[in-house]
Design a protein around this ligand. Structure first.
Ligand code: AHR
Length: 675
């Protein structure tokens, strides 16, 4: 009872102070609520630059993030290699149009591509004449892509395939609905036997005359004979800059403004067994020649159209620094002895040369042939992923470290061993830090790096997220705890210089890991609340951290930071970010001291991420259920601002720092107030 009285007194005091200030425009909600004061020191003396690299993204080939996701290729298992090198093999997800009286489909090892020998053999038994007449729609094969292809009216798709036959061919190449009945686009390819007696590349451009998000690609004929197919690709023409990235997914990444991109894994880099690890040399050169591989940690096949080159290209297109994670001779179940790790070291050195070597160098020339003579800006590499505890890690790591530093002294090397609680026993520029935990734990880990040693390597928090029951498949609760953690990283950005959420993408039909930042299917995508949190921090990298102190009795549920950042039109803003993980509104006073006498702060915008329930999630049906809501912040030139912060919310207040002289000049020329 008495504590209730006290909070009402605090409330009326707060109300009185707030209302006595000019230009006060905030609605005040009733109730017994905590109050908090945030003191911000805006003087230059106490501020500190936040590293340009602080917030980036981690792209792993998990959940079909690349194959069937950001990589826009529509055909899955385009070279018929996914069933393994033995023949006959499984051709999944390819399937047959027709029955055993009309055709026999198998695989053999007759491909013209040395690194992927499996080809599809189709013996057509029916014909357009005589007794065994083919059905009018033809017989053949179809590929449904990754749970259906998204074909859109008016858009063009480039279909390429390799074909061989002992006879003349007459093949329909079509895009159809999932049961083959809706014809969306089609082309007929006719060639005499002499033109196709050897493997021949065919290419057609199909323009869709209808839309279907669950389409398939068909290769059919009504003509008897034996036809071999290999390396069948269908690519939309409208990918980002023609670089093969699905446009709207690319844009969702670009909107985070990532300063770096860590790739291609994660466990994907390690492999359950080394023989199934991602090996960059198998993923470069013409797409037709890439063997593809089975990622045995996330348990799916990739044709590796999204290879080492494409990752580097993606980084460049996002204006983000590439951070390449390579295999260090260690998988989940097996590892190479340090005495025999040198070939792996050479592989890493070659991969760096591929990325940034001169076009006259051995691997730089391969990159140049692929259309990128200029070097990529590769400055960061990670030696393995989560391998610190493994027997050979230190030994192997040192071999990589020495060889890379000898050849590329400027390259920053990231160790898998956590140096946040004790100093590393080996040289490194960065140590990797991963955390997947509950919401309350991650909230408290905002202080994880407060007491970390400031000497030695910097921290790279390359994977973090709330997981488990607090997160579901992407809850507001998880996102708010992550925001609190990021506020802590901002404040510790003298030692934590890079951070990225994980995982980035999930195909709704292949949820290997929950939650994720971006959920998509063949045609649609939405951000989880965690994705939206990332957007709140987009301006932090390269900004200035201001000293700020939060006075509150609710430190277990409240946290705040203050930065100044510059917009593209060179305006300077003070941004306060405030997480309220409590179930009551908070009456917050923001007191800004130390502003130089020529400047004033005026209200600009207030952006809030919240929802009705803490466990609310977004979905394809309601993609914007938990999304930021931006409103104007209508306050005048103040150094004290009173605001009400909603329960269960992340709020960012942007205040424009305006020159007083400029404001006086404006007042002279206009009768209207600028506020
Ligand atoms: O982000 C998912 C997985 O979590 C990563 O592959 C691995 O590094 C971590 O264990």
């Amino acid at each position: 009872m008495s504590s209730c009285k006290v909070s009402w007194i605090v409330f009326f005091l707060w109300l009185f102070i707030g209302l006595s200030l000019p230009y006060h425009c905030f609605a005040i909600e009733a109730g017994a609520n905590p109050a908090a004061q945030l003191f911000v020191d805006a003087s230059t003396g106490s501020s500190r630059p936040i590293p340009d690299t602080l917030f980036g993204i981690f792209f792993e080939e998990i959940n079909h993030a690349g194959a069937g996701g950001l990589w826009a290729e529509l055909v899955s298992n385009r070279g018929f290699e996914a069933g393994g090198p033995n023949v006959p093999s499984n051709i999944n997800p390819w399937a047959i149009i027709g029955n055993e009286t009309s055709l026999i489909v198998s695989t053999d090892r007759s491909s013209c591509f040395d690194r992927n020998k499996v080809a599809l053999r189709m013996e057509v038994l029916c014909d357009s004449q005589d007794t065994n007449i083919c059905p009018s729609e033809g017989v053949g094969i179809y590929n449904p892509g990754f749970w259906g292809m998204n074909i859109e009216q008016g858009k063009s798709y480039k279909v390429v395939f390799y074909v061989r036959s002992t006879d003349a061919i007459n093949i329909d190449v079509s895009l159809t609905g999932s049961n083959g009945l809706q014809l969306l686009a089609s082309a007929n390819i006719v060639a005499p036997a002499s033109d196709v007696s050897d493997w021949t590349r065919m290419e057609v451009l199909l323009e869709a005359k209808g839309t279907n998000h669950n389409s398939r690609l068909q290769l059919t004929t009504t003509q008897k004979g034996v036809i071999w197919f290999d390396q069948v690709s269908a690519m939309p023409m409208d990918t980002y800059k023609g670089h093969g990235f699905r446009n709207e997914l690319f844009q969702m990444l670009a909107d985070i403004k990532p300063r770096f991109i860590r790739f291609p894994g994660g466990c994907f880099v390690e492999g359950e067994w080394l023989r199934n690890a991602f090996r960059w040399k198998e993923t470069i050169g013409p797409w037709e020649e890439r063997p593809g591989h089975f990622g045995d940690v996330w348990m799916y096949w990739t044709d590796d159209g999204f290879g080492h080159f494409e990752f580097l290209q993606l980084a460049e297109d996002l204006n983000a620094l590439p951070v390449w994670v390579f295999n260090n001779g260690i998988g989940h179940q097996d590892q190479v002895d340090t005495a025999s790790v040198l070939p792996f070291v050479q592989e890493a050195l070659d991969g760096i040369e591929f990325a940034r070597g001169d076009p006259s160098s051995k691997w730089g020339s391969v990159r140049a042939e692929m259309g990128h003579p200029e070097p990529f800006n590769l400055k960061y590499v990670a030696v393995g992923n989560e391998d610190c505890g493994k027997k050979n890690y230190r030994g192997n790591y040192l071999k990589f470290y020495d060889a890379i530093k000898r050849t590329y002294p400027d390259i920053q090397i990231i160790s898998n061993c956590d140096g946040s609680s004790r100093l590393l026993d080996h040289p490194a520029d960065f140590y990797d830090f991963h955390v997947y935990t509950s919401a309350s734990n991650l909230f408290s880990m905002a202080h994880q790096f407060d007491r970390t040693s400031r000497i030695g390597p910097k921290a790279f928090v390359s994977e973090y997220a709330v997981t488990g029951k607090d997160a579901g498949t992407g809850s507001l609760y998880a996102a708010l705890a992550e925001a609190a953690f990021l506020i802590g990283l901002e404040k510790n950005s003298d030692i934590v210089q890079m951070a990225s959420y994980a995982p980035l993408f999930v195909h709704a039909n292949d949820r290997r890991w929950n939650p994720d930042a971006i959920v998509f299917n063949s045609s649609h995508a939405y951000g989880t609340p965690s994705y939206w949190v990332q957007r709140f921090f987009a301006e932090s990298s390269g900004a200035t951290l201001l000293n700020s102190t939060l006075k509150t009795n609710s430190s277990k549920s409240l946290i705040a930071s203050a930065i100044t950042w510059q917009s593209e039109d060179s305006e300077t803003y003070l941004r306060i970010k405030f997480v309220n993980l409590g179930n009551s509104s908070v009456y917050l006073s923001i007191i800004v001291n130390g502003l130089d006498s020529n400047s004033k702060l005026i209200g600009s915008t207030k952006t809030v991420l919240t929802s009705t329930n803490l466990m609310d999630e977004n979905s394809f049906m309601q993609p914007g259920k938990v999304a930021p809501n931006q409103t104007d912040l209508l306050i005048g030139a103040l150094n004290k601002i009173n605001v009400v912060v909603q329960p269960f919310s992340l709020t960012s207040f942007d205040l424009l720092k305006e020159s007083v002289k400029l404001r006086m000049k404006e007042a002279d020329t206009s009768s209207k107030s600028s506020i």
